[in-house]
Ligand binder design. Structure first.
Ligand SMILES: N[C@@H](CCC(=O)N[C@@H](CS)C(=O)NCC(=O)O)C(=O)O
Length: 254
């Protein structure tokens, strides 16, 4: 089996896929795209992924897009280190959580990410180049225009942080209900993998707002201790490594 992953080191969606590939010990060719330079919007890449985003997986000629779809695909084609529960009821519960994760923390995390890390690059652009860049994005045009070159306003940043906080509280409730240590109980599932990058990102930004939720604190320590974590977050995968100005911000919580 030949796997080729088009992705970006710091992309949270890419990190989900790298984690599953690494956990399953599937070797893959990694094609790194520079998102700030617009590699994801080049015609050849848009043929693979018309949304103009990473990640995209190529597997023996089959193209799979969207990180949650890709990690489910990988779990279907490789039985090593299974991440999907056995019963239809538990699988439904996992997928429902993955939808919640995509709608809440995975979407909300883009606001602090853009405001704190990417904005300085966008501020250096002329208005015309910024608008042209935003308009060239099939999926994120409106998001980019809403942010503009001054960043999301405080109210929007606060709302995103509140949505993230509600997601940590939901994680806490799920872990309590399942008996933990993972979201669905004793075994790590794709739901844990799906939410992982949002927490890693917020921790990297010095905004790990779950310290009063001990179940989530333990969950975070557990996922970071997984053998697949190190190879997934290889050097250069954290935003603070690429944008050193982030290190001037609040001290890291953990
Ligand atoms: N639902 C998609 C979202 C993919 C996505 O938003 N990718 C971001 C990086 S995490 C991206 O490529 N952004 C490039 C851009 O906004 O131009 C998935 O989960 O794969």
């Amino acid at each position: 089996m030949g796997f080729r992953l088009y992705n970006a080191p710091q992309s949270t969606c890419s990190q989900r896929v790298r984690f599953v590939l690494n956990a399953k010990k599937l070797s893959f060719e990694e094609v790194k795209l520079n998102l700030l330079e617009g590699d994801q919007l080049k015609p050849d890449y848009l043929k693979l992924n018309p949304n103009g985003v990473v990640p995209t997986l190529e597997h023996d000629g089959t193209i799979v897009t969207d990180s949650t779809v890709i990690i489910e695909y990988l779990d279907e084609v490789s039985s090593a280190e299974n991440f999907t529960p056995e019963t239809p009821a538990a699988r439904a519960q996992m997928r429902a959580l993955m939808h919640f994760i995509d709608e809440m923390p995975a979407a909300a995390v883009r606001v602090p990410t853009f405001n704190l890390a990417f904005l300085p690059s966008f501020q250096k652009m002329s208005r015309d180049s910024f608008v042209a860049m935003a308009e060239s994005k099939p999926l994120r045009r409106e998001f980019m225009m809403a942010m503009g070159q001054t960043g999301f306003p405080k109210a929007e940043m606060d709302a995103a942080l509140a949505r993230l906080r509600r997601a940590y509280e939901r994680m806490d409730t799920e872990i309590e209900k399942s008996g933990g240590p993972w979201l669905l109980g004793k075994k790590i599932t794709l739901a844990d993998v799906a939410v992982m990058p949002a927490l890693v990102r917020m921790n990297d930004l010095g905004m790990a707002d779950w310290q009063d939720l001990p179940r989530v604190v333990t969950w975070f320590a557990n996922i970071r201790a997984q053998p697949a974590f190190g190879p997934t977050y290889y050097s250069g995968s954290l935003l603070s490594e690429r944008f050193p100005h982030l290190n001037d911000k609040a001290a890291k919580t953990s």
